[in-house]
Structures are given as structure tokens and as C-alpha cells.
Design a protein around this ligand. Structure first.
Ligand code: PEP
Length: 255
């Protein structure tokens, strides 16, 4: 299977930005700009804006995602949100294992795996984030780190369920820093991740898997990154907060 037949997905990670008025304004501005997209378009908004976003995106080609979910179905987990709560609201995607969750909130490979499991069980599509720290790249262990994160996160995930997984390769040193991985670096690691998935699930499953790049992707550098064989879209932070910039990335992925 060639890149041209894999589904490109451009997903915005709004992080902890935009209250309800800004959410409404940004989605309304975005809708006409991305209506002809040939890729999938997703906005991952804060929990408190999910209902608003789902309502506003009805009838459009924009899908709504959350930025995390808990692994349990319900219970004594103060402040957490279950995967079922998301699907019940009409949410279709969820980001799991973002480096900011790993870095600031004690997320581990094991809890990432538990959250992936719960999200799949609830019928969500998962955007699974993996990526190395700067020290790890400098030590030459990028592949080991990304391979390990991928394998642990996918433990217990069947070949059939892999259809609901997107992997986002996000080098931690490139997130929110303005330092983008070069297109060749992104392609190389995405290709490596695909080879890890191939060993687990076989050639066809690996070739069909959407693997995004994320890390300071913007309107200026998206063309080069998205042209690479193994880069099937992007997870976009900062640039997803500006409708024009985000739509330029969507257009680049639609080529
Ligand atoms: C992200 O948060 O997933 C991300 C890639 O952020 P940024 O585009 O701002 O680097």
C-alpha cells in the first residue's frame, strides 16, 4: 500500500486554550476553510468545550476529539473523564499519551496502554502519541524509545482494532518550541514506527496505518513534511489555534 491510499489526518490539539466564545468563533471560521478537504480533519478541544464543538461541527466534515480519557469505565477517580462519557457526547477521537501528559501528569507507557484499551472499547478512534526527549535523541536511542512506547501502548490491541489507531510521532523537543524535526528526520522515525507495527501486525496492517508527525508543524513547513512517504498527516498544536494556518495545513495534506 502506498502513502497515496492511506488516509491523511490533520488533527488540531488545542490544549488548554479557548473558552466557549473562542471555540465557537474558531470552528465557525474553520468550517468553510476546510470544507473541501481530501483528508480527515479533527479538532481536539478541552473537555468543557466538547459539547459545544460537537454541536457546531454537526453536518460539517470536522470531527471532534478529546485530549485524554481515563482507563476505568466509572468509579472513584475525581476529576477524570471516562471514554464512555466521550462517546456518549458524540466525540469520535481521543489523543492518548501526549508528551505533556507524560511530562507533567505522570503518564507512563502502562497507563497509556490502559487508556488506549479503554478508548477502543468505547468505540473511539485513538491518536496515540510517541516521541523521544532531546537527551534521548542525542544518545542515539530515538528508535528504541519510540519502538518501546509503541509496543507497550499497543499491547492487547488486535489487528482489527488497529484500524481505529493513528500514531502521532511527536519528538518532545519539537513540541511548542518552534524547532521542527526536518522532513527527513520525521520520515525516518515514522518509517521506523511502521516497521515496528509491521512486526506486530504484518505488512498490510502496517502499510494501512496512518502515522502523523507533530511538533511545530505550521503553514510554512507543512508542505515539505507532508510530502514524505511515511508522514500521513499531522497533530498540530499552536498552528491549530489560527483557522487560516490550520486550513493551509489541511490543504497541504489534501494534495
Ligand atoms: C502538540 O501539542 O501535539 C504539538 C505538536 O504542538 P505544536 O504544534 O505547538 O508544537
Amino acid at each position: 500500500m502506498k502513502k497515496s491510499v492511506r488516509k491523511a489526518v490533520i488533527a488540531g490539539n488545542w490544549k488548554m486554550n479557548n473558552a466557549r466564545p473562542q471555540t465557537k468563533a474558531l470552528i465557525e471560521e474553520l468550517k468553510p476553510l476546510v470544507k473541501d478537504a481530501a483528508c480527515d480533519v479533527v479538532v481536539c478541544v478541552p473537555f468543557t468545550n466538547l459539547e459545544t464543538a460537537v454541536e457546531l461541527c454537526k453536518g460539517s466534515n470536522i470531527k471532534v476529539g478529546a485530549q485524554n480519557c481515563h482507563w476505568a469505565k466509572s468509579g472513584a477517580f475525581t476529576a477524570e473523564i471516562s471514554a464512555d462519557m466521550l462517546t456518549e457526547m458524540g466525540v469520535e477521537y481521543v489523543i492518548i499519551g501526549h508528551s505533556e501528559r507524560r511530562q507533567y501528569f505522570g503518564e507512563t507507557n502502562v497507563t497509556v496502554n490502559q487508556r488506549v484499551r479503554a478508548a477502543l472499547d468505547a468505540g473511539l478512534k485513538v491518536i496515540l502519541c510517541v516521541g523521544e526527549l532531546l537527551e534521548e535523541r542525542e544518545q542515539g536511542i530515538t528508535e528504541e524509545i519510540c519502538g518501546l512506547q509503541t509496543k507497550i501502548a499497543l499491547a492487547g490491541v488486535s489487528k482489527d482494532e488497529l484500524k481505529n489507531i493513528i500514531i502521532a510521532y511527536e519528538p518532545v523537543w519539537a513540541i511548542g518550541t518552534g524547532k521542527t524535526a526536518t522532513a527527513d528526520q520525521a520520515d525516518e522515525v515514522n518509517g521506523y514506527i511502521r516497521s515496528v507495527v509491521e512486526k506486530l501486525y504484518g505488512h498490510e496492517a502496517a502499510e494501512g496505518l496512518t502515522i502523523q508527525y507533530g511538533g511545530s508543524m505550521n503553514a510554512g513547513n507543512c508542505d515539505e513534511l507532508l510530502a514524505k512517504e511515511h508522514v500521513d498527516g499531522g497533530l498540530i498544536g499552536g498552528a491549530s489555534l489560527k483557522a487560516k494556518d490550520f486550513s493551509v495545513i489541511v490543504a497541504a495534506a489534501s494534495k
